[in-house]
Design a protein around this ligand. Structure first.
Ligand code: UDP
Length: 331
């Protein structure tokens, strides 16, 4: 298939492109390199530097490569910033997303895989969260993604778009070549491992902060469901293959097991063999106490099964990547 991947220079997008190329697909990538890295783009993919909101550039890509399907990763994704600058989230994640759908429609391309998020659910009413759980986001990031899920429902019923939306829980880990390197790092596992690297190199650490210690959880810190990024990437490809049968499906993507922030730090200590210092800090705005997924639906409908379900393995692959790339992609 000829596939356009938006955000294909980013963390999850680049690893999905790597898997698509391995499976013999022709891939075009559009990425504005605001968060993504040129080095992360597969040499076999055709790369366009630009915004997915640029309709003219998109039209050129669709016409040049006869795109059959789009996997849409590009987005504003930081929960914290979405609370102070929601406009950016609604423009990029909703308005520019609709522009992309319009260009697809104009070019007769109606297959779409969408990166959504567990943040569309808000505070869990029950756990693990299945697809029937109510969606009441508590941050603008989750709201913008939920809006787009709903827009996709309308594009399905009115224009015959076939789409799958994936609500990611916490993607982590690395492939051999590609890993997590955000310009503004807010995610727990890379911050924990960077702190470990600082300790290993006798550098002053930036200081690992554990946000909140009185959540209603086993040890008072937030609980999350970590999923290996390669398992996640593979699910997108399965979804593309399944799109004719499940043509407007939404799937929760996790491992069905929750780990607290303190447990993540403990496992990272074991894997790195290093002491990882931290201090408690106040809660971060927009953080639900517990987010754990039920991924039964994707397993039963698409036969998805994680190859790397254990958090030890997830953290180990991330540690190996960070150890090889102590300054991320800029080495
Ligand atoms: N977290 C933390 N310190 C950090 C970064 C994250 O305590 O420096 C916590 C955060 O509050 C959340 C969990 O770790 O409960 C996972 O956060 P992350 O940003 O990795 O993913 P999110 O769940 O927000 O998508």
């Amino acid at each position: 298939m000829n596939i356009l991947v938006t955000g294909g220079a980013g963390y999850i997008g680049s690893i999905c492109v790597e898997e698509l190329v391995k499976q013999g697909h022709s891939v075009s990538v559009i990425d504005n390199l605001q968060e993504g890295h040129r080095e992360a783009v597969q040499p076999k993919a055709v790369f366009y530097e630009g915004s997915f909101g640029d309709k003219q550039l998109l039209s050129t890509i669709f016409k040049t490569h006869k795109i059959d399907a789009v996997i849409h990763f590009a987005a504003e994704t930081t929960v914290e910033f979405s609370m102070t600058d929601p406009q950016l989230y609604f423009i990029n994640n909703v308005v520019n997303g609709v522009n992309l759908l319009e260009v697809m429609k104009d070019n007769g391309c109606k297959r779409f895989i969408f990166s959504s998020t567990a943040a569309t659910f808000g505070e869990p009413e029950h756990t693990p969260i299945d697809e029937k759980h109510t969606q009441k986001p508590i941050n603008a990031y989750g709201e913008s993604k939920l809006m787009f899920e709903k827009i996709l429902d309308w594009y399905h019923s009115a224009y015959g778009f076939k789409f799958n939306a994936f609500r990611y829980f916490n993607a982590a880990g690395a492939s051999e070549r590609l890993g997590e390197d955000h310009r503004h790092e807010s995610h727990l596992i890379p911050i924990v491992l960077k702190t470990a690297l600082d300790v290993q190199n006798n550098r002053r650490t930036k200081g690992l902060k554990v946000f909140g210690q009185d959540y209603p959880t086993k040890d008072g810190t937030c609980v999350r469901d970590y999923i290996h990024v390669v398992d996640l990437a593979k699910a997108h490809i399965l979804a593309l293959e399944n799109l004719e049968i499940h043509s407007n499906a939404k799937y929760n993507m996790g491992n069905g097991k929750g780990f607290s922030v303190l447990e993540v730090i403990e496992i990272a200590k074991k894997i790195t063999g290093l002491d990882i210092p931290f201090e408690f800090a106040k809660k971060r705005a927009g953080d639900p106490a517990i987010l754990v997924a039920s991924s039964d639906k994707i397993s039963s409908e698409a036969g998805w099964k994680p190859d790397y379900p254990s958090l030890e393995t997830i953290i180990k692959t991330a540690w190996e990547w960070h150890s090889r790339h102590p300054n991320g992609y800029s080495v």
